[in-house]
Design a protein around this ligand. Sequence first.
Ligand code: THU
Length: 132
Amino acid sequence: MTTLQALLEKAKAARLNAYAPYSHFLVGACLETNTGKAFSACNVENASYGLCLCAESNAISAMIAAGEKYVKQIVVVVAGPGVSTPCGACRQRLHEFSSPDLPIHVFDLQGASKTYTLTELLPNAFGPDDLI
Ligand code: THU
């Protein structure tokens, strides 16, 4: 069991590695799987702006590459002041590998935080069950 504080520290550390020379908006994310493993990542931008990769999506990719499939909780940290929630694409990707009650903890560096569930941020989601 990883504590929320430990996930936050990992997300903050990953954020410092963000490659964001265009937006200057550094994002760190750290997710915990149902098996207790943590995967952190940052955003990675590109001169071809549409290719920018979000921190949350990169954390999901790291999880999948390691053979894990289920997100139990995720922390996202931005500089602030004020927290930011995952973008729509990241919400949809989280939906693929979690449940509607997935806790999404958002922080800024000043100590502000808020926790949402995935279903709050992505109500009536389309997902794998729709294809059965
Ligand atoms: N970004 C994320 O990493 N996660 C989000 O959920 C929102 C946006 C990144 C993408 C881009 O590098 C920068 O923040 C500005 O949009």
